[in-house]
Design a protein around this ligand. Structure first.
Ligand code: FAD
Length: 418
């Protein structure tokens, strides 16, 4: 690289999502200069996308229950939350002029539900605090001599910084900037990594053309899912999901997805049983179906006596063999526990988030990467996992703050990295 190096006297943050921006804010607050490098033409693209469906910033659930939502990396996430929890996050948003409210489900949203006003106010404040933003700058890994390469619109440059914070995101929605390309680069430098996997995503089940054409997009609500955890414990949970073209999607699947993914890893598929009528006991269903039909079709009986119709009735028909459809006891059993064999998760690119990434035992208490002194990491690129509900963004913000502070301490006392 003949071009002059890119000098960063303080902290270089790479990645302008919520984690990177929070790291930048924390380092600036510690009095250290910050240069932020972002591959896209603007920062926060996935954050803005999250705002399209109503930005779920965090959750009102008190700790330590809150911490237990992180079914991977929970203990470590709790350390970051000790410093910046859901209440602190809400106060921080209020400080930007963005009021928040707790919805009926406990989820916390900005009052206008949007991400753009918050991001605008935040960026204005960061720039006023001295943030130097370099968009269309991509970290492209390490050169053979160990130098850090940044691809800029003017060509490749060598980064020289006192400390580096990586906030590169996971691997979902790669068109928004986070593509997981960094995984082998860190592995090559001796950092422990796990492959990225889709989390908070749909699961595949091959439906008949009839079900796909007539009912794709139809909600199944409420239903109760019965499944087994990775330890073989039976669990159930009430919620809602959507019958999609390829299988099932929605909040209920996101909440139990980690166990389903583990089942898939172990046995090649995940087994789920759905109770289509959670409010009606099995005995009541059996009694309703045992009475003579009086000339009515099965569909009419299900609709009139059990209020079971639409997508739920179609799903029942889809899964029951013709012989079972003539047997009231088997129909009742299937209504209360319909088996579904889920064959795969949807591709990472479609997922809301990814699990896997830089292993937490590869980073120290300040989120410094053990194999790369002076380098820190935060946000979704770290190997923790949580369901939707605001838990994802909360951990991104909290880890960003944690890493930014530690990087600032390092930069204040460190010579420039190669
Ligand atoms: C549809 C959707 C809805 C969501 N809704 C919610 C929600 O309501 N609540 C919630 O808690 N979570 C939600 N999430 C998840 C949440 O958006 C992510 O967990 C969060 O954005 C991750 O933050 P991050 O800063 O770690 O990574 P990202 O937001 O992915 O940011 C990483 C940044 O790094 C940049 N980058 C990547 N590689 C490089 C490189 N080599 N060089 C330079 N820059 C690079 C990227 O362009 C990107 O700007 C949603 C996600 C999706 C897809």
């Amino acid at each position: 690289m003949a071009a002059p190096p890119l000098p960063c006297p303080g902290v270089a943050v790479i990645g302008g999502g919520p984690a990177g921006l929070m790291a930048a804010e924390a380092a600036l607050a510690a009095g250290v200069a910050v240069d932020l490098f972002e591959v896209k033409a603007s920062v926060g693209r996935k954050f803005l996308l999250a705002g399209r469906g109503g930005l779920n910033l965090t959750h009102g659930e008190p700790r330590p229950g809150f911490d237990r939502r992180y079914h991977r990396g929970g203990g470590r996430v709790a350390e970051w939350l000790d410093d910046f929890d859901a209440t602190a996050l809400r106060d921080w948003a209020h400080g930007l002029g963005i009021p928040t409210f707790v919805g009926s489900s406990g989820r916390v949203f900005p009052t206008d539900l949007k991400a753009a006003p918050l991001l605008r106010a935040w960026l204005a404040r960061l720039k006023a605090q001295g943030l130097r933003l370099h968009v269309r700058h991509r970290w492209a890994g390490f050169e053979d001599d160990g130098t850090v390469r940044i691809d800029t619109p003017q060509g490749p440059r060598r980064l020289e910084a006192a400390a580096v914070v990586l906030a590169l995101g996971g691997g979902s929605w790669p068109q928004l900037g986070s593509d997981g390309a960094w995984l082998p680069w860190l592995a090559g430098r001796g950092a422990p990594v796990q492959p990225l996997e889709a989390s908070n995503c749909g699961f595949e089940h091959a439906w008949s053309p009839h079900l796909r054409e007539r009912f794709a997009g139809a909600p199944l609500k409420p239903v109760v899912a019965h499944w087994s955890t990775i330890h073989g414990e039976a669990r159930h949970r009430q919620g809602e999901c959507v019958l999609s073209e390829y299988g099932l999607e929605g909040g209920l699947l996101y909440a139990i997805g980690a166990d389903l993914r583990e089942q898939q890893r172990r046995q090649g598929h995940a087994l789920l049983h759905l109770d289509l009528l959670p409010a009606t006991p099995l005995a009541t269903v059996e009694a309703a179906l045992a009475r003579p039909r009086e000339g009515r079709s099965l569909s009419e009986v299900l609709r009139r006596r059990l209020k079971l119709d639409g997508a739920k009735a179609a799903l029942l028909r889809e899964r029951l063999e013709p012989a079972a459809l003539a047997d009231p006891v088997r129909i009742a059993a299937a209504i209360k526990r319909l088996p579904l064999r889920l064959t795969a998760t949807r591709p990472i690119a479609e997922a809301i988030s990814t699990a896997g990434g830089l292993c937490l035992d590869g980073v120290d208490a300040g989120l410094g990467i053990r194999a790369l002194p002076g380098w820190f990491a935060c946000g979704e690129m770290l190997d923790w996992d949580a369901p939707t509900g605001g838990y994802l963004l909360t951990a991104c913000f909290a880890s960003g703050r944690h890493a930014g502070r530690a990087a600032a301490r390092h930069a204040a006392g460190a010579a420039t990295l190669p």
